[in-house]
Design a protein around this ligand. Structure first.
Ligand code: FUL
Length: 481
């Protein structure tokens, strides 16, 4: 009897010992709405307003509402193309700097309700909402803070006006995944006929915290974008370039939309107090709005691939602008390029060569945190080391000499962004050869390198703020060199 009791105690204590605790979260963490946003990765920006018909980039605010008259508008086409292109949502300029509203706002006359389009009964937001639902896409809204039409602009009444419009957008069109607050302001405008320059203090005029509260209250799952968050930050340029070192962390307290922070916004702050990841916004054409003269200047599929690597491949999301033309359709050239890019992307990441292959690590935290978690297709499992260890190697045995030229790595960001430096090397010709030196990882890093024939690949975490936590590693042999 005693023997059996002893054995039982042994078994119980053995399993108790192997119950290894997960790493404590480190530093600022993403909220649930930010995690959902990270997973979206690639979505469409739609710039469409009176500018489309006046051939401008920044409308003055004095255009007649009658100029807005798309002859064949079809939001279902936008959504179909976005879906086929692999995008997860659409963000529309509900109101750009000209103040013209694409929905029949009750707070202004400068909107679709006074256009001849559909006899003033049309509502682009409504049509887009239905189209997004049909194609399983999320909807986001851009509401320009700078309004060159409103006579209130520059006065305290403007805030009431702006917030009333925001409330309309956030209550009448279903779930919104992102609200885009632009920092631009060029001073002069029509301003209800005043035709003058109105300068505002970007830092104080908009009283952002109280506007943010409205979004949180009406759309708790929506992330808010601006130069300085609160949830998502601008990447600091409009050329599609995410930063190689890219912390999803930011000391945003001293920052505000329209401030001079472009340099900081690229890299973020390694010691940032808040989780505020970067979004890369860029247009498929030179302009944000459609101009016929730019029909031959649409980015090629190859160029879009470059953008993908310099955004999604660098721990950022890609918000790609595709402006509808005067018919209200995405132009044939843009559609062709987008769909060919999607094909290229499919070929680029066709077969994960590391999937299910044998993985070992120099050390593991314990049971449940094995190296094999990085190629099990489960984003919720991860490799982790003991708390005292902030470096380590993971080796993926490809089984045979295999050509490789891409690597994709993801941290388990629910526990924070930790890794500061990593390396990738390949076992080729009987020795380890260095391929890549990297810094941050975060949600996702994808790196290209010349084809190498390797039997094993090693990922070395050489510097990390806390024990590394990696959820996913993939390898590819993309076409070309
Ligand atoms: C900028 C605006 O001034 C451009 O017109 C465009 O909307 C771009 C996305 O943001 O700040």
């Amino acid at each position: 009897m005693k023997r059996i009791a002893g054995l039982l105690i042994f078994i119980v204590s053995f399993y108790a010992c192997s119950d290894v605790k997960p790493p404590e979260p480190f530093g600022p963490l993403p909220s649930e709405r930010q995690i959902a946003w990270h997973d979206m990765e690639y979505y469409m920006f739609v710039h469409f307003t009176v500018n489309t018909f006046t051939d401008k980039e920044w409308g003055y605010g004095d255009e007649k509402e009658s100029v807005f008259n798309p002859s064949e508008i079809d939001c279902r086409q936008w959504a179909r193309v976005a879906k086929d292109a692999g995008m997860k949502g659409i963000i529309i300029t509900a109101k750009h700097h000209d103040g013209f509203c694409l929905w029949p706002s009750q707070f202004t006359e400068h909107s679709v309700k006074n256009s001849i389009w559909k006899d003033g009964k049309g509502d682009v937001l409504k049509e887009l909402r239905l189209a997004c639902d049909e194609y399983g896409l999320k909807l986001g809204v851009y509401l320009s803070p700078w309004d060159r039409n409103s006579s209130f602009y520059g006065t305290p009444e403007y805030l009431t006006y702006y917030r009333s419009q925001l409330k309309e957008l956030l209550t009448k069109y279903g779930d919104v995944f992102e609200v885009w607050f632009d920092g631009a302001n060029g001073g002069d405008g029509y301003y209800g006929g005043a035709r003058e320059k109105r300068k505002i203090d970007n830092k104080t005029f908009y009283d952002w915290p109280n506007t943010h509260k409205i979004v949180r209250e009406l759309q708790p799952s929506a992330v808010m974008f601006s130069d300085a968050g609160p949830d998502i930050r601008w990447v600091g340029n409009e050329s599609g370039m995410g930063s190689l070192t890219n912390w999803s962390l930011l000391n945003k307290d001293e920052m505000y939309p329209g401030g001079d922070f472009a340099k900081i916004l690229g890299e973020g702050h390694a010691d940032g107090k808040y989780w505020v990841p970067a979004e890369v916004d860029v247009s498929i054409r030179p302009g944000w709005f459609y101009h016929q003269t730019q029909d031959s200047l649409v980015r090629t599929p190859e160029n879009l691939m470059e953008l993908y690597y310099s955004s999604v491949g660098r721990n950022s999301n890609l918000l790609l602008n595709v402006p509808p033309d005067r018919r209200g359709l995405l132009h044939e050239n843009d559609v062709r390029s987008l769909l060919s890019f999607r094909e290229l992307l499919n070929k680029e990441f066709e077969t994960d060569l590391g999937q299910g292959k044998k993985v070992t690590a120099t050390s593991i935290r314990g049971k449940g945190y094995e190296a094999s978690n990085v190629n099990d297709s489960n984003p919720e499992t991860y490799w982790a080391t003991k708390d005292s260890q902030t470096t380590g190697d993971i080796i993926i045995d490809l089984g045979a000499e295999t050509e490789v030229n891409r690597v994709l790595i993801q941290e388990y960001i629910k526990l924070g962004q930790r890794i500061e430096e990593f390396k990738v090397s390949a076992f080729a010709g009987g020795e380890w050869k260095p391929i890549i030196d990297g810094t941050t990882i975060g949600h996702k890093v994808i790196r290209r390198f010349p084809v190498i024939k390797a039997s094993m690949i090693k990922i070395t975490v050489s510097k990390s703020k806390a024990c590394p936590v990696i959820s996913n590693i993939e390898f590819y042999r993309a076409p070309g060199l």
